[in-house]
Design a protein around this ligand. Structure first.
Ligand code: GAL
Length: 667
């Protein structure tokens, strides 16, 4: 499905913002940079269907033919990412409604309710037309459905959504009393006697019922997914041979949709990644997102649909990338399994909402840092094209769970300072700094291939998950569990008898009471660590206490424990450790379970990842530091085209890709 001769490289291409004279220059520049992939038509509905039922494909034909002429393959958008003005003025009922009942206006994008049958009907009509017209076009390589579905409106609280929610609930529960039991409606006299009484969890006088909210979030994720599936069905029926995908938002900015449920519906996993530019170490969260993309692809190569060449326009301070950062960031994704690396966007818009967003061709033109780096990157991607199809393997897994993410972010949780993604990110970050490769996996993933599994804040865990993890540990695995894991079942009913019920036996602990800390409060542990946000009073039964609190609300009580269970071990982190202590605990756990890692050589900030197949191995070395890094390597370095006999010096901010075991320049 991917290009047989190397990696994909390209961008979102919006020629409709430019006159035809620019299109020919675009093609010349694409050839200059080695672009071989473009995403086209994502926001083109209003031009493709200027009036209801009246279509104009002339300009798109020209664009597609032009791209085919220079060998650029196209992810062709179905154009349904934003309804045209005529649709929302004719049918204002498609507009989304917030939790507080206010309706969102048209005039920007994604102004539709995911459950709207009117929107769907119009979207499918356009999809059908596009599919029929371009199914045999030589430029077409992938269908790109809609765009970042749910990114702006993942949850709509309108009456249409309410009706769809009730239908979804009727399928899930069958009888209203099963819903009552699941939602615990005896509390606050919330009992329902008829499906019609059930509403979306709209803004109400007091805080919401967690079971109600969780089901609404599940429904909303499914509603967005159904929209994707409906378009996919049309595309498959008209153009059966062409893969269908849509761009998911992996990482920090993708909290709303349960992508584990989505992944199987995508013929190729495509994700977008935008670093948080206020984070000076945003390349670590980038690595997490790339590993998550690979997890969604079950280890297969995936497609990076969008990344920013430099600054974005939608953060509070849109920090631009320093020289070399575009290349490092892009190659991080490739190192972690992307076979196609694309950017948003090709040419910087002069007008409109994204006019201050960077692009491969900046406003200042081609005599620029970004363009020069883009051209150089095109060359690098060609030189390392042999990595296409190879995969990454890891000995360590980290469990990420959207339902726990949603639950811990709900109101009426014990502390506003517990941030699910922050906990995932902190543990991932420590592992990244230690220098181990991590797979991000779903709670029900097969863990047998891993030596260590990190379980940050897995708030929802059924008893079966506890049994599976226990069996994995008993067979010799290591598990590191953080606080607020194993607290609730899938209805968000808490387990009785002392948390964390599903994990209690193999953790060898029992929690008596939570003691969240005050804002900014820091506690000391007797091993020299400090911690904040969270403490709890727990009892170490069979577990060995690794560190206890020296002060704070549970002074003298255990903070960190480890328990032997069968042939393996289970660590428990009862608090939010400072980052260096977290690193120490995780490094110790890795050592215990026999995972070797880079920090043994005392180096952090130098990212090393391998992509392999049965016969070849490619070592990516990405130096994020200001110092040269000497790494042990043997083979042929593909970017600089040099043989490496034992050690390789990688300059500050530079990247090397070594084909290991190959010691002469065959190219
Ligand atoms: C993405 C979106 C693109 C573009 C980009 C700007 O979320 O898919 O269309 O708006 O953000 O950063």
């Amino acid at each position: 499905m991917e290009r047989p001769d190397g990696l994909g490289f390209g961008a979102d291409y919006n020629p409709e913002q430019w006159g035809r004279h620019v299109w020919s220059e675009d093609r010349e520049l694409m050839l200059e940079a080695g672009v071989n992939r473009a995403t086209v038509g994502v926001f083109a509905w209003a031009l493709l269907e200027p009036r209801p039922g009246e279509f104009d494909f002339g300009w798109l034909d020209e664009v597609m033919d032009g791209l085919a002429g220079i060998g650029v393959e196209v992810n062709l958008g179905t154009g349904t990412a934003n309804p045209p003005q005529w649709l929302s003025s004719r049918h204002p009922e498609i507009l989304p409604v917030r939790r507080n009942g206010t309706s969102l206006w048209p005039g920007t994008r994604q102004a539709y309710c995911p459950s709207s049958p009117v929107f769907l009907e119009h979207a499918l009509r356009l999809t059908r037309r596009i599919a029929s017209r371009y199914r045999d076009h030589p430029a077409l390589v992938t269908w790109h459905v809609n765009n970042e579905i749910g990114a702006h409106v993942a949850r709509c609280y309108c009456d249409v959504s309410g009706a769809a929610f009730r239908k979804w609930l009727a399928v899930r529960y069958g009888q209203i009393d099963r819903l009552n039991a699941a939602w615990g409606t005896t509390v606050w006299s919330l009992r329902y006697t008829d499906w019609d009484q059930v509403l979306p969890p709209r803004q109400a006088p007091a805080f919401a019922n967690p079971g109600h909210v969780l089901d609404f979030y599940r429904f909303s994720s499914d509603a967005c997914h159904s929209l994707y599936l409906a378009e996919r069905e049309v595309l498959r029926s008209i153009a059966p041979g062409t893969p269908v995908t849509t761009n998911l938002v992996a990482g920090r900015y993708g909290p709303n949709l349960d992508y584990w449920r989505w992944a199987a519906g995508l013929d190729v996993i495509a994700t977008d990644h935008y670093p948080d530019s206020s984070d000076p170490d945003s390349h670590i969260e980038l690595a997490l997102a790339a590993d998550l993309s690979r997890g969604l692809a079950h280890g297969s190569p995936w497609l990076l649909m969008e990344q920013p060449p430099s600054a974005v326009n939608w953060q509070v301070r849109n920090v631009a990338k320093l020289p070399g950062e575009l290349t490092r960031n892009c190659l991080q994704h490739v190192a972690r399994g992307a076979d196609t690396a694309m950017f948003f966007q090709w040419r910087a818009s002069l007008f409109g909402a994204e006019q201050h967003h960077s692009a491969l061709i900046p406003h200042a033109g081609t005599d620029t840092k970004v363009w020069r780096e883009a051209v150089a990157l095109g060359g690098i991607l060609r030189r390392i094209g042999a990595v296409r199809g190879t995969t990454v393997s890891a000995e360590v897994a980290l469990i990420l769970d959207w339902e726990s993410w949603w639950s811990l972010d709900m109101e009426s949780q014990p502390s506003i300072d517990v941030d699910y993604f922050d906990n995932v990110h902190r543990i991932y970050r420590a592992l990244w700094e230690i220098g181990v490769t991590v797979d991000i996996v779903a709670p029900d993933a097969d863990l047998s291939l891993y030596r260590l599994v990190a379980v940050p804040c897995l708030y929802i865990a059924d008893l079966e998950t506890g049994v599976r993890l226990g069996e994995y540990i008993a067979a010799g695995g290591g598990v590191v569990v953080s606080y607020l894991s194993g607290i609730a079942d899938s209805n968000l009913h808490l387990y009785p008898g002392g948390h964390p019920a599903p994990f209690r036996d193999w953790l060898g602990i029992r929690i008596e009471e939570f003691f969240p800390l005050r804002e900014g409060e820091i506690v000391a542990l007797d091993d020299g660590s400090t911690a904040d946000v969270w403490c709890e009073l727990f009892h170490a039964g069979s577990a060995e206490v690794l560190a206890a609190y020296q002060d704070g609300p549970v002074a003298g009580g255990p903070a960190l424990t480890v328990n032997r269970h069968g042939a393996g071990r289970a660590w428990y982190l009862g608090t939010r450790l400072d980052s260096s202590s977290l690193r120490t605990v995780l490094a110790g756990a890795l050592q215990t379970v026999g995972v070797s890692h880079q920090s043994e050589s005392g180096r952090t900030g130098v990212e090393m990842v391998r992509r392999r197949d049965e016969t070849r191995s490619f070592l990516f070395v990405i130096n994020h530091t200001d110092e040269p890094a000497d790494v042990v390597a043997k083979g042929h370095e593909l970017i600089g085209k040099r043989d490496v006999a034992g050690t390789l010096r990688v300059g500050p901010g530079r990247v090397a890709v070594i084909e290991e075991g190959r010691d002469q320049d065959a190219g």
